[in-house]
Write a protein that binds this ligand. Sequence first.
Ligand SMILES: [Zn+2]
Length: 373
Amino acid sequence: MRSLVLGRPFGVAIELHWSFILLVLFILFSALAEGIESMLSTAMLFFFLFMSVILHELTHSIVSINRGISVQRIVLLPIGGVAVAEEIPENPRDEFLISVSGPIFNFSVVIAVILIVTFLPSFFPWHLLSSKTTAADIDRAFLYYPFFTLLYVNLMLGSFNLFLPALPMDGGRVLRSLLSMKMGTVKATRIVTTISAVIAIILFMVSFALQSIILMVIAVFIFFGSREEARFIEAKSSLAKINLKSLINKKPLIIESTQPIGSAIRHMLSKKKFACLVDFGSGKYGVLDLENLPEKINFLEPVSSYAFFPEPISIDMPPNKIFEKFMTKGYALVPIFDSGVLVGVISQSAIEQAYREMRIKERISSLIESKSN
Ligand SMILES: [Zn+2]
């Protein structure tokens, strides 16, 4: 299902994932059972959480763009946001700065709020907070004292993200970047992935004890998210060894941009091709990807209306960089150029095949080694 795009500050699209809306509605409805004040206070809490998550992710994005890594979009999930960058920072120093910036934003808000309410104590619900504070008092504090809500939300966001050394949370990235400086990214990622699994299991058990759905979701997110990250890093480092030139299909299927899409699709399917190059003339090429066609198409329209233009990829680019582009942008096929002249295409399936081959060869050679020992 698609996400809802809220805006594009600094060229970064802010998208709301459907599960976010669902969870908010669910929690608001369950809060309504406790009374209208409880529901309104929950709504207030969500509003500040939402704004703080967006600003937290925007801070990551601005630092990232500043370090030369462009960010396409920010996706807001129930448990926070994810800034989707085009690549994982190669330099551990960059990763450190990017990951630490989000929580620093939250802690700056915390400090600012503390300063403000020190001078303006009537803006803080001091009278509602004591050892005898009830859930209803907290609800009232969230509802009528925005500074309290802001403080609470940012303290939680900052601490959870920074002090939990688990991938894909910021704390895990900070730890990985620090370890990477000593032992390289692959080994550092392996260590942090193991730590992440342990943390996920502990969090999962704690979530049962506290009966907290949010904590349970975070545990699952960490468990699968860290494994995904580890797989990505390992694949990227293996692919750096692949000979890119061997993956190029030098005789790709090319269709004219003026051809009607209907006949182009028929032609492609007869050749068992699901993506192909589109020739726009004067050395300009696009890609038609049958897997990513819009829901409604007019079969008589020219192919040009349905083609997209992947970033031009030069033959001298390192294979792991190209692989990253495939992964983050979901390209099925990219044209490869040598000093501006088309030399062929590389498809996602060719990369996958090469990767599988490499993994199998590595596995077999380790089997042979262990046999001879
Ligand atoms: Zn973050």
